[in-house]
Ligand binder design. Structure first.
Ligand code: GDP
Ligand code: IMO
Ligand code: MG
Length: 422
């Protein structure tokens, strides 16, 4: 059985923890989109590890980790991350990287900062060069992982791209980057990565044909999807279901079940509309309790109540089978919990439960909420669903009723063991 696990909100739903928990028994764990803008937190033997590029199955013995063609890869970041994981005693001879994965170059990181000035709004990207690298893929200019394996070919391709962008950098008065300043570092990384670079589409189809089980790991979240998210406040890839197929080379027949991850509330990093956002003391409390600071950039995350209108949209467009509800424990101390069930248009007063991702529509969406009594009980140690406080069960039941899909798993802490199957 192959399973897709993807984030249903604006990222950081707890995908790292969920994948680490679910990976047992899978033969392969595959990243299909995004890059090191992702920050997936896992506690491995009580040690915190944040993975940016490596699939979150690497701590599960016997699984092959795959970085698909849809992922944009900074080879230096990848080599560093491999070293970090190896320092924990995990040996990574079980990693395959697509030879078609587009490379992130230093020039892309530079452009990520410059391009913020070229938009009609600021997005607040992770500044990792993700957007510019995907732009080059669409522009047929990208340098691919396979190009890195031939020194002369790599130099020629990078030089053309680098010279082209230096002209733009000059225009903005920025500092130019010489290819020579990073060439050797990239070629060194190529030596380390060479044994892992392969045709992952062929590999995945062969393994799939042999009946091996695959766990697909989404990065970011549905509302950050370039096509279906809150554009332009989105990332540059497709975390939604379609990204799996374009980002791996597997067909829809390889997809058997889809679990969506959602926090019991909502967070967002960076700019963009957020109808259920909280401010003031309540926001401070929720941020502190949930430790809501970016795993990649350390930025404080914006926080708010669970937005069921947005959640239902995310579930619908991806055909989600069940929900993995995380961070329920973060709500333990609240006297009252709220969830957004509709939006009222600020100008017309009209109410709707249809999520329109167009940012102007969302900016006008005033949240209409439902209130729930808090359970004010520590849930962190609960092992069995029957021991979950009644008020929390009622909150979960309402989520199921509203969205029309079951909550299959509830997470009440950062550790693998703090996970409850219903
Ligand atoms: P990801 O990007 O979706 O993998 O999520 P992040 O790792 O960026 O952020 C999720 C944060 O919540 C991490 O610090 C996790 O360790 C933490 N976390 C995950 N599940 C739970 C949970 O059920 N309860 C609590 N308190 N923390 C959790
Ligand atoms: P994980 O996988 C949360 C956000 C950035 C910014 C927007 C565009 O850990 O859930 P980008 O650098 O991708 O061009 O930034 O997307 N963003 C994330 N927010 N979690 C992530 O990944 C994110 N990856 C990108 O903050 O608003
Ligand atoms: Mg994250």
């Amino acid at each position: 059985m192959n399973l897709l696990v993807l984030g249903l909100q604006w990222g950081d739903e707890g995908k790292g923890k969920a994948i680490d928990y679910l990976a047992e028994g899978f033969d392969l764990v595959v990243r299909y989109q995004g890059g090191h803008n992702a920050g997936h937190t896992i506690y491995y033997q009580d040690q915190k590890m944040v993975l940016h590029l490596l699939p979150s199955g690497i701590f599960t013995p016997g699984t092959l980790s795959v970085i698909g063609n849809g992922v944009v890869v900074n080879p230096l970041q990848l080599v560093n991350e491999i070293k970090e994981v190896e320092a924990l005693g995990i040996h990574l001879d079980n990693l395959a990287i697509s030879h078609l994965a587009p490379l992130i170059l230093p020039i892309h990181q530079h452009l990520d900062i410059i391009f913020e000035q070229s938009r009609y709004v600021k997005i607040g990207t992770t500044r990792r060069g993700i957007g510019p690298a995907y732009e080059d893929l669409a522009g047929r200019r990208a340098v691919l992982m396979a190009d890195l394996l031939d020194k002369d070919r790599f130099y020629q391709r990078v030089k053309i791209l680098n010279d082209y962008y230096n002209k733009i950098i000059r225009l903005y008065g920025g500092e130019e980057i010489a290819v020579e300043s990073y060439l050797d570092q990239y070629l060194e990384a190529a030596v380390a990565l060479r044994p892992m670079i392969t045709n992952t589409s062929e590999l995945l189809n062969r393994y799939s044909g042999d009946g091996k089980s695959i766990l697909f790991e989404g990065a970011q979240g549905v509302l950050l999807d370039i096509n279906h998210g809150t554009y332009p406040f989105v990332t540059s890839s497709n975390p939604t279901i379609g990204g799996v197929f374009t980002g791996t080379g597997l067909s829809h027949k390889a997809m058997h079940k889809i679990i969506g991850i959602s926090k019991a509330y909502t967070t967002r990093v960076g700019e963009g509309p957020f109808p259920s956002e909280l401010s003031g003391d309540e926001a401070e409390f929720l941020r502190a309790k949930g430790n809501e600071y970016g795993a990649t950039t350390g930025r404080p995350r914006r926080v708010g109540w669970l937005d069921l209108v947005a959640l239902k949209y995310a579930i619908t467009i991806n055909g989600i089978d069940s929900i993995f509800l995380t961070k329920l424990d973060v709500l333990d101390e609240f006297e009252e919990i709220k969830a957004v069930t509709a939006y009222r248009n600020c100008d017309t007063g009209e109410e709707t439960s249809i999520f329109d991702p167009y940012c102007v529509a969302l900016e006008q969406a005033h949240p209409v909420g439902k209130s729930f009594p808090g359970w004010q009980t520590d849930t962190g140690g609960i092992q069995d669903f029957k021991d979950i406080p009644l008020a929390a069960k009622e909150y979960i039941a309402f989520i199921e009723e509203y969205t029309g899909v079951p909550v299959e798993i509830v997470s009440v802490g950062t550790g693998r063991k703090q996970t409850i199957r219903k």
